[in-house]
Unconditional design. Structure first.
Length: 194
């Protein structure tokens, strides 16, 4: 059950389906490709800009996620390992023996609940497209990189880190993020010493 908590693509595809049917402008046009990338490619971050465009959609995502988890519990569904990336293909590949149908039901229920809540939000929204998809994507990128964070903008003093001898990166997800972070930090330390 644990491996199905984050990997379920149901809430994301529910949001994207709502944009496919009730979206406007560039958000609607781009939601088709985003849906394929999300559902079959497992890239969950692709639907975040759509939620940022209409923050009320977070309610739909939460409800969809909760319903997916409820179905996983109810049907006693499990995966044998972390499905990385979290696509429907990987979920089915890692589904425990006898859990395939339950995994599909969990994803479908999560998508249906998310869609059922997101559709009226988009359909009856009188404001139209609040911001375009490019602006929302830029906002997500800025949030992920920390560009808006004042702490990352502050310049450290020249000798502030002169006594640091070891930097340790640790991650328990097992997807290589700590190795990537360590590599980036190593490059930055080398550049700062030159």
């Amino acid at each position: 059950m644990l491996f199905m908590l984050e990997a379920n693509p149901g809430p994301g595809i529910g949001i994207l389906l709502a944009f496919m049917i009730f979206g406007k402008g560039a958000a609607k046009a781009s939601s088709y490709g985003a849906g394929v990338i999300h559902f079959f490619g497992g890239i969950h971050e692709i639907y975040f800009p759509y939620v940022l465009m209409k923050p009320l959609l977070i309610v739909a995502v939460i409800a969809g996620g909760m319903s997916g988890v409820f179905m996983v519990q109810l049907l006693d569904v499990g995966l044998t390992s972390v499905p990385a990336p979290g696509s429907i293909i990987m979920i089915l590949a890692f589904a425990a023996s006898g859990s395939h149908l339950g995994a599909i039901i969990s994803v479908l229920v999560a998508a249906a609940v998310t869609f059922a809540i997101a559709a009226p939000i988009l359909k009856f929204d009188r404001k139209g497209e609040v911001e375009n998809i490019e602006e929302a994507q830029a906002k997500v990128a800025a949030m992920k990189s920390g560009k808006n964070n004042e702490a990352t903008q502050a310049e450290p003093k020249a000798n502030q880190f002169s006594q640091v001898s070891t930097i340790i990166f640790a991650c328990d997800a097992g997807m290589g993020s700590s190795a990537m972070g360590a590599s980036i930090m190593k490059d930055r330390v080398k550049k700062s010493r030159n």
